[in-house]
Design a protein around this ligand. Structure first.
Ligand code: SF4
Length: 381
């Protein structure tokens, strides 16, 4: 298992990331206590059996700073990337129960430290991390040391009722400390959160989007919304929906086919708009927007990357399709996270299955699937 992998940030920046669980032969011990917003504390009870494509080490809460041999692990990580494409080496950490010395140790081996910060107010931070106030203060002192020793980036998970009233203050404080970038992420909440955390409402998301825009304009630091915070129609505008509509309509008319476009609920409005526009301009053939609700995790989990094959199968079974297009991110390990493969979907739907990593690729992928033998996604090979 590759525990130092390529990482693509929301603004397109690429790095090598040391996975929080560390090397499989010497893994990081679990976090204690867990944070209220932690993804790994809110997995369905059958996750270890069901999420076959995810390494079991990723299914418990861990942060590399808890590793008793942190320095040795980071030295190994540095050696691993020394023969690879030259990209910065990065660690993502909450710095929970850490101090300035931990930061200095990390900076000897990694180029970038990405701090999972929650708040710059120790009381607000502790209300989410379950640290005591003194530990939260010490961790925040460690946070402020990061810009002195490494490329300083941060991420801020916004949790309604906890830190959502402090977002601008937190971003301003990070800017004053010298951070280069902060990604803002609305909390993901499944049906299994044990701490009563709730997802943001539509109105709260609007307010957060406006705060992120303002902070990005006013601060020196770059403030980046994660994909789930971006307005899907704004993303569609950047993708040039009109051009994609014309290209896809041409392919569909020429071959007179039914094409299904699978997506999660977050990107659903964009795919529905694309399907309506294509169908309005086609006399033959059709596009179906197949917006899949994430029943496995429930809550506000709506991104394509966390769709299970079983949820997708339930949605596509019985449809008459010639081509099914999956988001590449849903099957980037070769299968969906529950181990269901694209080929299983091809059998169930009796159609060609292909993938696209961007909307603009869809017309070409559909054309390739219709003209050649079935395209197996590269990640499967
Ligand atoms: S530090 Fe990270 S991995 Fe650990 S409990 Fe908190 S959110 Fe989860």
């Amino acid at each position: 298992m590759d525990w130092v992998g390529r990482h693509l940030d929301y603004d397109g920046e690429e790095t090598w990331l040391v996975e929080a669980h560390g090397p499989p032969d010497d893994p990081t011990p679990p976090c204690r206590p867990v944070c209220k917003h932690c993804y790994a504390a809110q997995l369905p009870p059958d996750a270890e059996d069901t999420l076959k494509a995810i390494h079991p080490l990723s299914l418990y809460p861990n942060d590399l700073v808890n590793h008793p041999r942190l320095e040795e692990v980071l030295r190994r990580a540095r050696e691993i990337v020394s023969t690879r494409e030259p990209l910065p080496l990065k660690v993502i950490t909450s710095l929970k129960f850490s101090d300035e010395k931990t930061v200095e140790t990390m900076a000897r081996y990694v180029d970038q430290i990405d701090v999972h910060v929650m708040s710059t107010d120790p009381k607000v931070r502790a209300s989410l991390t379950n640290e005591d106030i003194r530990a939260a203060e010490k961790a925040l002192e460690a946070v402020s040391r990061v810009p002195d020793v490494a490329d300083p980036v941060a991420n801020l998970v916004v949790v309604p009722g906890y830190n959502d009233g402090h977002v601008m203050n937190t971003l301003s404080d990070l800017d004053d400390m010298g951070f280069r970038k902060c990604v803002v992420i609305p909390v993901g909440v499944t049906d299994y959160n044990p701490f009563g955390i709730r997802p943001p409402t539509g109105r709260e998301l609007e307010t957060l989007r406006a705060t992120v825009r303002r902070a990005d304009e006013e601060l020196d630091m770059s403030v980046v919304p994660c994909d789930s915070l971006r307005d899907p129609m704004e993303v569609a505008d950047e993708e040039n929906l009109d051009e994609i509509t014309s290209e896809l309509a041409l392919v569909i008319e020429e071959h007179d086919v039914e094409v299904g476009l699978v997506t999660g609920e977050a990107f659903g409005p964009v795919i529905e708009a694309l399907a309506d526009a294509v169908n309005a301009s086609c006399e033959r053939g059709r596009v179906e927007a197949i917006v899949v609700e994430n029943r496995y995790f429930g809550g506000n989990i709506s991104c394509a990357g966390l769709l299970t094959g079983r949820d997708v199968l339930n949605e596509v079974r019985g449809r008459r399709l010639d081509v099914l297009v999956l988001p590449e991110i849903s099957v980037e390990t070769g299968t969906f996270i529950d181990g269901v493969s694209p080929l299983e979907l091809a059998v169930v739907c009796d159609c060609e299955v292909t993938t696209a990593s961007r909307l603009s690729e869809v017309p070409m992928r559909v054309e390739e699937a219709l003209e050649g033998p079935q395209r197996v996604p590269e990640s499967v090979l």
